[in-house]
Design a protein around this ligand. Structure first.
Ligand code: ADE
Length: 236
């Protein structure tokens, strides 16, 4: 039985460049301005894509992975801002669900974050895929902790404690980023299993911009290592 094609999305090239460097039989194609790197990682067929920042870029990228490159499951990796008070730089968060915190038709009677069509707020990640990634992340060194929870996505870099308080109150989210919820929506619409795994780079508060710059590349390395060990263990 041939192994399932795994789509891997990072918003920025530094988030996936370590994976691209490890590709065997690598090739790249540009569609709609997005670069897709095909090949194998530790024997597992993959397509690694650099989506660009934000929900529209991420949605286009996920749909192309599914339609053109026939990805049968998708992992979104990269960095995130921590919302839960216990999260520290370097900790890993794994999605239970994604929400889109800037989706707002509240004044028409919908709940905050309501996604028309799917008619839901929470986009649930694939439990088996996420459980495997969580176990692998917990296997690493003791320098970080691993948490599962709701990840909130929106087209804003959150660097203000009042803004993060609103997201926590409305969605009970533990972390925020700018692509996962869009990828989740595309995957739910196409019935493709997905998981978002992110490394905390900042605390989404008034110091977020500075800590993000300091830490983002170390955090990206942790995500790339995790995906390499995931590919190593692939049997289907
Ligand atoms: N990615 C990393 N940190 C973030 C933040 N504070 N807000 C949104 N996306 C992020």
């Amino acid at each position: 039985m041939s192994k399932q094609i795994l789509g891997i999305i990072g918003a920025l090239s530094f988030e996936v460049e370590l994976l691209v460097a490890q590709l065997e039989d690598g090739n790249s194609t540009v569609i709609s301005g997005i670069t897709f790197h095909t090949g194998t990682l530790r024997g597992c067929p993959v397509v690694v894509a650099v989506s660009g920042v934000g929900k529209v870029n991420a949605a286009v990228c996920a749909q192309l992975l599914i339609t053109v490159f026939k990805a049968e499951r998708i992992i979104n990796t990269g960095v995130a801002g921590g919302l839960a008070p216990y999260l520290r730089q370097g900790d890993v968060v794994i999605s239970s669900d994604l929400v889109q915190h800037d989706m707002d038709t509240y004044c028409t009677g919908d709940p905050y974050g309501f996604i028309s069509g799917l008619n839901t707020v929470k986009l649930t990640a694939d439990s088996a895929l996420c459980a495997r990634l969580k176990a692998l992340a917990e296997n690493g060194d003791d320098s970080h902790k691993v948490y599962s929870g709701i990840i909130a996505t929106g087209d804003q870099f959150i660097a203000d404690h009042k803004q993060s308080a609103v997201i926590i109150e409305r969605f009970d989210a533990i972390a925020c980023e700018m692509e996962g919820g869009a990828i989740a929506q595309v995957c739910c619409m196409a019935k493709v299993p997905f998981c978002v795994v992110r490394c905390i780079s900042d605390n989404a508060d008034d110091s977020a911009a500075m800590s993000y710059a300091d830490f983002a590349s170390a955090a990206a390395k942790r995500g790339a290592d995790l995906i390499l060990s995931f590919c190593e263990g692939e049997t289907v």
